[in-house]
Ligand binder design. Sequence first.
Ligand code: B12
Ligand code: SF4
Length: 448
Amino acid sequence: MLGRKRSPGRKSPATLFVQLFDRNDAFSYYSPAIATLAAVLGRAGFPSRLHAADAADPDRLVVEAARAARAAVVAFSILSPSWPHARRLIRAVKEGTRALVLAGGPHPTFCPEAVLAESPVDAICLGEGEQAMLELVRRLAAGRKLTSVRNLWFRDPAGGPRVVRNPVRPLVADLDRIPDQDRELFRRAERRTGVPRDDWRMIVQAGRGCLFDCAFCANAGMGALYGGCRAFHRVRSAGRVVAEIAELVRRHPGREIFFSDEVFPLAGGWFSEFSDGMRRLGAPPFSVLARCEVITPERVRRLREAGCIRVAMGVEHGNERYRREMLGKRLSDAVIRRAFAAVKAAGLLTQAFCMVGLPFETDALVDETMRFMRDLAPDAVTCQVFNPLPGSRLHELCRERDLLPPLDPDQDRPPMLRLIRHVSLSARKLAEACRFFRIPGLENAGPA
Ligand code: B12
Ligand code: SF4
């Protein structure tokens, strides 16, 4: 298990994790990455605290939290849409404390040079962070040199232009070695956030990564860092997953568990062992994300017996050819229809994901997505206006084809949505689609 206990009495540098969240969206309050990193540090005897920051909060709060925690490290986990908010807080922490400021997560992983250039961060983590962060804190405790820790890039502490770019270490091959998420870290911080208790999701992961490489998804970027999506994809043992859920059920009975694996492992012996274990636990309610291809009536039946109440599936677009050629998702309309029918027939709730405002989309293509979704009639649809995500192939395509509008370097509010330039989609149609899919705040949206 990662993070063996240290001998007591040694100096323990404290870490303050910063969760960038949106107070209006309770789901955004929880980060499995932070909860996992804190668990690894905690096992090794290093204390952590959490500061949850909404973009509207005054910056001084994070500085006060870092001082109150006597933090030696202030650690940010950053998704690209939160980068402007993170950058603002990183500046505040650097000005107001002497802590080492570390940033990890998808944005520093996919845009490391930009993160160093646009903020005074001391170090960034590329890829998986458990071993890197533990090694960093151990070295801090021992007063050893920090700048050779693999996965981490360091800015020259003397203020020079040099950046130490350490290579990425091999992945943790056996995910069972990683301790369960430290959810209590978030519970302890809950009081100050205004997020109602028990509103945030009980996120569990059966594994990491996925075997596909859709063009709009950052999974491809993670795969590229580690020699391909196949190498990055790993699954925990079914026994460990069920044991984690048993503990959650004991502590928080009745709450729904959300498997955030983008493709839940539904095939083979793993799934049999998992579903048997869940049945033994009394089939606690949970939801999964799945690819339509792997859905069969038999698997859905076993999912239901195991406690599953909802299956969410990516449809992405209503035009099969556009889905395949632009989005890199080789999935036919027929397979999608079959999968939704099978889940509905088993009495489970269905949720569909799709996007509008995609590169080179036309009004007619958007109409096809609205039509397809109306026909499919899932219980819930989550439609997003396309946001080009660093780490994805479509982000690269938008950059190459000059579809990315310039970002205001001084902007300090999260641009949760970065509309791309459209060459063939009318503002009227995009606004109509936003109304149709009830995308809040964007009913009058128009392409930049
Ligand atoms: C669970 C999940 C969520 C959860 C939790 C979000 C969160 N804050 O973590 C919810 C449902 C809230 C969510 C929401 C969103 N998500 Co999301 N989500 C995921 C998902 C499926 C799994 C992430 C995860 O928890 N993995 C397990 C943990 C343990 O791994 P990890 O996050 O990769 O972290 C490891 C490393 O990155 C690193 N690391 C991470 N942080 C740090 C910090 C430090 C200091 C260090 C040293 C290391 C480190 O170490 C960790 C352990 O190895 C990923 C897809 C994926 N496969 O990664 C998308 C993903 C992260 N989400 C994404 C996006 C875009 C969003 C949304 C913006 C979507 C939207 N439009 O609403 C919102 C943003 C909400 C918010 N403000 O955070 C993108 C991010 C791409 C990018 N370039 O930033 C991803 C990659 C999916 C994709 N489409 O490509 N999401
Ligand atoms: S969208 Fe889903 S299926 Fe496609 S690469 Fe990303 S995680 Fe995998």
